[in-house]
Structure formats: structure tokens, C-alpha cells
Design a protein around this ligand. Sequence first.
Ligand code: PBG
Length: 324
Amino acid sequence: MGFPYTRMRRLRQSASMRRLVGQVQLTAADFVYPLFVCPGTQLKVPIDSMAGCFHFSVDRVIEEAKAVAALGIPAVLLFGLPDKKDAVGSEAWSADSAVCRAAGAIKQAVPELVVMTDVCLCAYTDHGHCGLLKDGRVDNDGTLELLAKTAVAHARAGADVVAPSDMMDGRVLWIRRALDEAGLTDTVILSYAAKFASAFYGPFRHAAGSAPGKGDRKSYQMAPDGGTQALREIALDIEEGADMVMVKPALAYLDILHQAKDRFDVPLAAYNVSGEYMMIHAAAQQGLCDLQQTMLETLLAIKRAGADFIITYFAKAAAEIVNR
Ligand code: PBG
């Protein structure tokens, strides 16, 4: 029975009717807020490439963490800048790194906040690759021990969740084993399982000073033109012991997110990355679209596609709106 008996607009006639039949709703509990921490004290330095984002010294990140928790956002994801970089990225696993100190300080000041840490070498190596270089190539197996040490350092410092983002084969297994051997059996692993070699990381690499000096990340991050590898990567990471998995970036990979949701029974994260964030900011800045509406529509799309939670620089702004 089509028109005129069926009228789809009946269910759209008032705001309350539309709310009643709405299916996906954003809440503050859907979000994880990324925070950039750096050496030094009394620093809250705006990041030019990422509107509204800052590098915080450890003493200043606490007030930010409190503000995030007060909005009902359950978790933060820490990224760090090192004091100095070297060929192997040794500050990554130092107990004195900004990330380790921030993890401890935040857990002490805001114990209810879940602290996640990004586990990778790219911000700590002088060549900017996510793994060790051997004869000019990224050495998978040599990198695993370093990632495992980094994850253990973060967990010892207080991180509840370690999130390896390097895309080396076998790193989840290495990290799980190292955590368990260190008695850190409750530390959760969120694997950046399906991470693509994406141009959308541009603003972040500027912020983290982590662009590869030579070459690109295509030998470890996935090519955007295939989904089968992504599902296999996720399956392998779950087998290796990942408690939660991620698809990254989000917007250009909603199909992968949707397939992963259908196929796997572990919590699924989507990373709404820096380029996706800044595209919307740039368009809004030019008056081309409304910032809040575009933000909410985007986050809704990511949730509708299947994300259980969304790592997003919009977390605070979006929580403020959805909490009203
Ligand atoms: C580190 C890492 C990157 C991002 C998160 N962790 C950059 C990269 O892989 O080059 C990107 C996050 C963003 O763009 O918001 N490996």
C-alpha cells in the first residue's frame, strides 16, 4: 500500500515524534578524548594544526582531565612528546616520559577516568617511523620488544588501557605476554587493529612531530583500497589477545566499521582522526557549514555504522551538547 495511504512524513511531523522514532543517540559515554602531553611545567600551548587542542604539561593536564570527567566522558587517550628523540625511540618506555607521568597524575587526581595510552614509537624516533629501522627498512620483529616495554611502562605508571597503533605483526601477543609476566593481568589492550595509511593523519603528525622523515607508512599501515585485510587484521589481533579493537580513520572506512561490527564480538572503537576533525572546522570557519550540526551528524554516522565508542577531538564539544 503506497501513497496516499502510506505517508512517511507522518512520523516526521513534530520534534517529539522524531525523537520517539529515533534509533541512534549520542551520549557522553560514547566518547574518548585524546590529550597531548609534553615535558615541562605550566604549559598549555595551542596546537596550530588542530583547532581547540593543546599540548599540556603534566601539571596542567590534570585540570583538563577533571573537566573531561565532569562532562561524563569516560576515558582519555594520551599521546606524548619526548624531551629528545633517538634512533630507537627510547623515551617511549621511560618511566619519566610525559605519558607515564601524566597517566599516574591523572589516575591519582581523577581515579574514575579510564586512562588509555597510545603505544607507538613514531613520536620518539628521530626518523619518525613506528618501528626500528634496519638497513633502511622497518624491522617488525625487532620492534616488538620495544613496544612491549612501552606498554608495560605505561601500565605500571597507571594506564588502564594500552593502545598499540604501530601496525607491526604480532605486537598484541607480545604486549599481552609482557603485561602478564609483569603481573599486569588487568591491563586492557585496545588494538588499532585496522589502521589505514591515510592522508587524514596530517594535522596530528604536525602536532606530534611524528611524520616519517623519509618514506611513508605503507609497509605497515593498510592500503585504503581493500577491506579483506582489515577484517583479517582484526581477527588476528583478537586471537592474539586484544580486548577491544579499532578501525581508523572512521569516516572514509564506515563500511569496514560496519562489517567489523557484524563479524566480531568485542567492543569496537572508531577513531575520528585529526584530518576529519579539521575538515569540518575549516569548512565551518569559512561559513560553509554549521560546526555543531556537522559535528553531531558525523559522530552519529560513526555510531550508526557500528562503533561502540568514538575517539574524537570533538568529545568535549559534543558532550556539552548531548548533555543538555
Ligand atoms: C601514531 C598515531 C597516529 C595517529 C594516532 N596514533 C599517526 C600516524 O599513524 O601517522 C593519528 C591520529 C589522528 O590523525 O588524529 N602511530
